[in-house]
Ligand binder design. Structure first.
Ligand code: CP
Length: 309
């Protein structure tokens, strides 16, 4: 089997098209394992110990990595900064080096500081998987999103995908843009001017501020949450006004002359960026994204482990 060109999964930016295709194809095989009626696991990583090191809150990503590791028969330990010695002033590098001293082979890390996994990669030998670094990248989310579009539409090349919402504070947006562009999709972003970075068009994507026009253009709409915890200024008057002008709802979708696929990385703020009616509709693949996340993360962990084998 082919190998990845990287030792760590730090972001999508530094992956090749072949890397992404290899991850998606490997995820296909692991999805078959997960769909077996019995024994939904393989012994592939039974000699490995993986630490899930989360300095930021998470539901989907942390549980999805933990399940992926268990399905690969790895030993795991979980670290949450909130009840650790980080609270006593321990540095990131000291924390990780202490975890590695316990003979841990791989680190899956979420951290609020952009670039923190890249910093670690310069100082430690173990493989690192970025589970989200601040406003920078969330590579496994983009991979599972690409996998889910491919599963629903057959291929990604030529598909029109719009990412709607708080692009400026989103790591999901940047990783999705890198992944979808590499795989040949046409990509647009849509949101208020204050939530779209000025540099974004230099990535070769369209910018739209009218949500109806954006929805009419696309095959797939990936709707993002307003990242209030990362906003340091008031970028729009109120959540109510945001929902009025940029929220995805039934009356907007009913006006389209076609059916589109609705995605959301979660967590959803129902009634703000998307109504419940749309999030739970037959055109939504939101829970398929979550399901596919386990297979995609199994693929990432398996392929990175192959690098050191
Ligand atoms: N999509 C995502 O990263 O969700 P969590 O923050 O719950 O992990």
């Amino acid at each position: 089997m082919s190998q990845l060109s990287v030792r760590h999964l730090l972001g999508i930016k530094n992956l090749t098209v072949q890397d992404i295709e290899l991850i998606l194809e490997t995820a296909d095989k692991f999805k078959e394992v997960l769909n077996r009626p019995t024994i939904k696991k393989v012994p592939s990583l039974r000699d490995l110990t993986i630490a899930n090191v989360f300095f930021e809150n998470s539901t989907r990503t942390r549980l999805s990595f933990e399940l992926a590791e268990k399905r690969l028969s790895a030993d795991i330990i979980n670290f949450a900064a909130s009840n650790s010695s980080v609270k006593k002033g321990e540095t990131l590098l000291d924390t990780v080096n202490n975890i590695l001293a316990m003979k841990v082979d791989m680190i899956v890390m979420r951290h609020s500081s952009p670039g923190s996994p890249h910093f670690l990669a310069k100082h430690i030998k173990a493989n690192i998987v970025n589970a989200g670094d601040g406003t920078h990248e969330h590579p496994t989310q983009a991979l599972l999103d690409a996998y889910s579009i491919r599963e629903k539409h057959g291929e990604i090349a030529g598909k029109k995908v719009v990412i709607i919402g708080d692009i400026a504070h989103s790591r999901v947006a940047l990783s999705n843009i890198f992944a979808l562009k590499k795989l040949g999709a046409e990509v647009a972003v849509c949101g208020p001017k204050t939530l779209i970075p000025k540099y974004i068009e230099s990535l070769g994507i369209r910018v739209e501020h009218d949500v109806f026009k954006a929805l009419q253009w696309c095959d797939v709409a990936n709707v993002l949450r307003i990242q209030l915890e990362r906003q340091h200024s008031r970028d729009f008057p109120s959540l109510r006004e945001y929902a009025l002008y940029f929220g995805v709802n039934k009356s907007l979708l009913d006006r389209l002359d076609k059916k589109i696929t609705i995605m959301h990385p979660g967590p959803i703020n129902r009634g703000v960026e998307i109504t419940s009616e749309i999030a739970d509709s037959e055109h939504s693949i939101i829970l398929n994204q979550v399901e596919n996340g386990v297979a995609v993360r199994m693929a990432v962990l398996y392929l990175l482990a192959e690098q050191t084998a």
